[in-house]
Ligand binder design. Structure first.
Ligand code: XUL
Length: 545
C-alpha cells in the first residue's frame, strides 16, 4: 500500500472514459501536461472480448459495453501510474468525461459498498455484484425506436420534446434506453437503486458514493429541461416510474462533489483533501479542452465525429442537439454527432491502404480537390445525421456506380464526411465568417492530409490543440476551474497558461468555387440516399417516418 508522499507542487487529473479506452492526463499549475496514460479495452482487457470496446448484437442496433470492464480499466490504469512512480499526493482536484448517453445501473444497497471499499482489493472485485445490468447500453445503440415514439407522443411531438430537452427523441439518449430496460425487464429496473451516466458513474467510483449527473451531460438524456435545469416530470413519467429518485439531483457542471474516497488515499496515496469536480460528457469536456470561443467551430474526429458550436440563444430543432454549456451557466452548446467516424475511416484504410495511415494520406494528397465530381456516402452502421445506412457511390453525372478506384474511394470518403458536416452545421444556422476558426481534435486530427481536406471543404483555417485528447485535457482544466468556479471566474482565465491552438491547414486557393456546386449536389444526393434507406430499411430497422 502506498504511503502518502511528501507534498510537492500541485497537479490536476483529467479522465476520459470513452468507447475504446480509458485515458488520463495530469497537468501542473502551468497547465503543462506532465503525465498521460491509456488503457485500451480490446488490447489490455481481452478477457471481455469487446471489439472497439463494445459488443454489437446481431440485430446491428443493440450496442453495449460490460460495465465491469470499465471498472477493471480504472484499477489497471491506477496501478500503471503507481508503478511508474506517479505521485498521487500532488493531485489537488480531478474531474473527468464519459462517452455521452450510456447508462449504468447500480443494484439496491450498492451505495454502502461504494462507501466502504476495502483498500486491499481492486475495485472490480468489490463491485462485481453491484450492477443490475451487466452490459451497459451505450451511445452507439439505436434499438429504442418504440420508446422514442412513446416519448415524443407523450410530450406532444418531436419539436415539443426538442424545446423541452434540447433534442427530439434519439435512440441513444438515456431516457429512451431506461424506458427500454424498464419495459423489457421491470424486475431488473425495480432492483435498480441508482442510474448513472457513464460520466457520473466514473465520478461515483472516485467519490465513493453515487455522484450527481451534471447539467451538460444530463442534456443528452431527453429528460432534462435545458432552460430550467430540472428533470422534466412529463419526460420522466413517459420513460419509467419513480425515475427521479433513481437519477438524483442534477448539478452545475463545475460543482465540487466532495473529496476523494479514502480508498484512494489508502491504496494509492492520494491526498484525502483531493476534490472531485462533477464529471461531464466527452463532447462538453472537449469544448472546455479546446477553449472554444464564440464564432469558432470545433470538430472532434474520434470514434464518432462530432461538431460543436458555442451558442447563446438555444433554438432546438429536429436535427442536432442543444446541451447546457459545461463551462458557462448562461450559455449552451450545439452538438451534431456522426456515428460513422473513425471506424469507417479505419475500415477503408484497412481495405485500401494496407492498414497504414501513411499510405492512406499519400493517396489522399495525390488526388484532386472535388474528386472530379465523384461523391460517396459511407455509412457502415445506421448514421444519425442523416438517418441513412449503406455505401453509396455516384459519378459526376449523379449516376449510381458500384465501385470507385482506390484513390477516388479514399477522397470520396474524406470529402463526403466533411461536406456532410458543413451542410448540417449550416442547416442549424451556423455561418462561416472570415474570422471563423475550425478547431480540430481527436485521433484523426494528427493527420495533416485529412485536415487539409477539412480546411478546403469549409474554406476556413484549421487549428489543432497540442494533445488530441481534448476531452481529457478539458477535464483537467475543469478540475482546476472547479476549485474557483463559485467566484464566477471564467474557465478561460484559469487556464490562460495552456498552449494555444496551432494553425495546421489553410484553404487551397480557388477551392470555394469547386465546393460550392459540389456541396449543393451532395445535399441532393443525400436526399436520394435517405429515400433509398427508407425504401430498403424502413421495415427492418423500424425507422421513424
Ligand atoms: C454524442 C455522442 C458521441 C459520444 C461518443 O451525442 O453520442 O459523440 O459522446 O463518446
Amino acid at each position: 500500500m502506498a504511503a502518502a508522499a511528501a507534498p510537492s507542487s500541485p497537479c490536476y487529473l483529467g479522465w476520459d472514459l470513452s468507447t475504446q479506452q480509458l485515458k488520463v492526463v495530469a497537468v501542473d499549475e502551468q497547465m503543462t501536461v506532465i503525465h498521460e496514460d491509456t488503457i485500451n479495452f480490446d488490447k489490455d482487457l481481452p478477457e471481455f472480448g469487446t471489439q472497439g470496446g463494445v459488443y454489437v448484437h446481431s440485430d446491428r442496433l443493440t450496442v453495449m459495453s460490460p460495465v465491469l470492464m470499465w471498472v477493471k480499466a480504472l484499477d489497471m490504469i491506477l496501478e500503471k501510474m503507481k508503478s511508474s512512480g506517479f505521485n498521487f499526493y500532488r493531485v489537488r482536484a480531478l474531474s473527468g468525461a464519459g462517452q455521452q448517453h450510456g447508462s449504468v445501473y447500480w443494484k439496491e444497497g450498492t451505495n454502502s459498498v461504494l462507501q466502504n471499499l476495502p483498500p486491499d482489493l481492486p475495485l472490480h472485485q468489490s463491485l462485481k455484484s453491484c450492477f443490475s445490468v451487466s452490459n451497459s447500453p451505450i451511445w452507439m445503440d439505436s434499438s429504442t425506436y418504440a420508446q422514442c415514439c412513446c416519448l415524443e407522443k407523450a410530450v406532444g411531438g418531436a419539436q415539443k420534446l426538442a424545446e423541452i430537452s434540447g433534442s427530439r427523441a434519439y435512440e441513444r439518449f438515456t431516457g429512451n434506453q431506461i424506458a427500454k430496460i424498464y419495459s423489457q425487464n421491470p424486475e431488473v429496473y425495480s432492483k435498480t437503486e441508482r442510474i448513472s451516466l457513464v460520466s457520473s458513474f466514473a465520478a461515483s467510483l472516485f467519490l465513493g458514493s453515487y455522484a450527481s449527473i451534471d447539467y451538460s451531460d444530463g442534456s443528452g438524456m431527453n429528460l432534462l429541461q435545458i432552460r430550467e435545469k430540472v428533470w422534466s416530470p412529463i419526460c420522466l413519467d413517459a420513460c419509467a416510474p419513480e425515475l427521479e429518485r433513481r437519477l438524483g439531483h442534477p448539478v452545475p457542471s463545475s460543482k465540487i462533489l466532495g473529496s476523494i474516497s479514502p480508498y484512494y488515499s489508502k491504496r494509492y496515496g492520494f491526498n484525502p483533501d483531493c476534490k472531485v469536480v462533477a464529471f461531464t460528457g466527452d463532447n462538453p469536456a472537449s469544448l472546455a479542452g479546446m477553449r472554444l470561443a464564440e464564432g469558432d467551430i470545433a470538430i472532434s474526429l474520434g470514434t464518432s465525429d462530432t461538431l460543436f458550436l458555442w451558442i447563446k440563444e438555444p433554438k432546438p430543432a429536429l436535427e442536432g442537439h442543444i446541451l447546457c454549456s459545461p463551462v458557462d451557466s448562461q450559455a449552451y452548446m450545439a452538438l451534431l454527432c456522426f456515428k460513422n467516424g473513425s471506424l469507417m475511416r479505419e475500415k477503408i484504410r484497412d481495405e485500401l491502404a494496407s492498414g497504414s495511415w501513411k499510405e492512406f494520406s499519400k493517396v489522399l494528397s495525390s488526388t484532386t480537390v472535388g474528386n472530379d465530381g465523384n461523391v460517396g456516402f459511407y455509412f457502415d452502421v445506421m448514421e444519425i445525421i442523416p438517418e441513412a445506412v449503406g455505401i453509396h457511390r455516384f459519378n459526376a453525372h449523379n449516376q449510381r456506380i458500384p465501385d470507385f478506384p482506390k484513390e477516388v474511394e479514399i477522397r470520396a470518403l474524406i470529402e463526403g464526411q466533411f461536406m456532410a458536416k458543413r451542410i448540417h452545421a449550416e442547416k442549424l444556422g451556423y455561418k462561416i465568417l472570415p474570422s471563423t476558426r475550425i478547431l480540430a481534435t481527436g485521433g484523426a486530427s494528427y493527420n495533416k492530409e485529412i485536415l487539409q481536406v477539412l480546411s478546403d471543404v469549409f474554406s476556413a483555417p484549421v487549428y489543432t490543440i497540442d494533445t488530441a485528447n481534448s476531452a481529457c485535457l478539458g477535464s483537467a482544466y475543469r478540475a482546476v476551474h472547479g476549485l474557483v468556479a463559485e467566484t464566477n471566474v471564467p474557465l478561460t482565465d484559469v487556464v490562460k497558461l495552456a498552449p494555444g491552438p496551432k494553425l495546421v491547414a489553410t484553404p487551397t486557393a480557388g477551392v470555394a468555387q469547386v465546393y460550392q456546386p459540389l456541396l449543393k449536389r451532395y445535399m441532393e444526393l443525400e436526399q436520394q440516399v435517405l429515400n433509398w434507406t427508407k425504401q430498403h430499411h424502413m421495415e427492418k430497422l423500424k425507422m421513424r417516418p
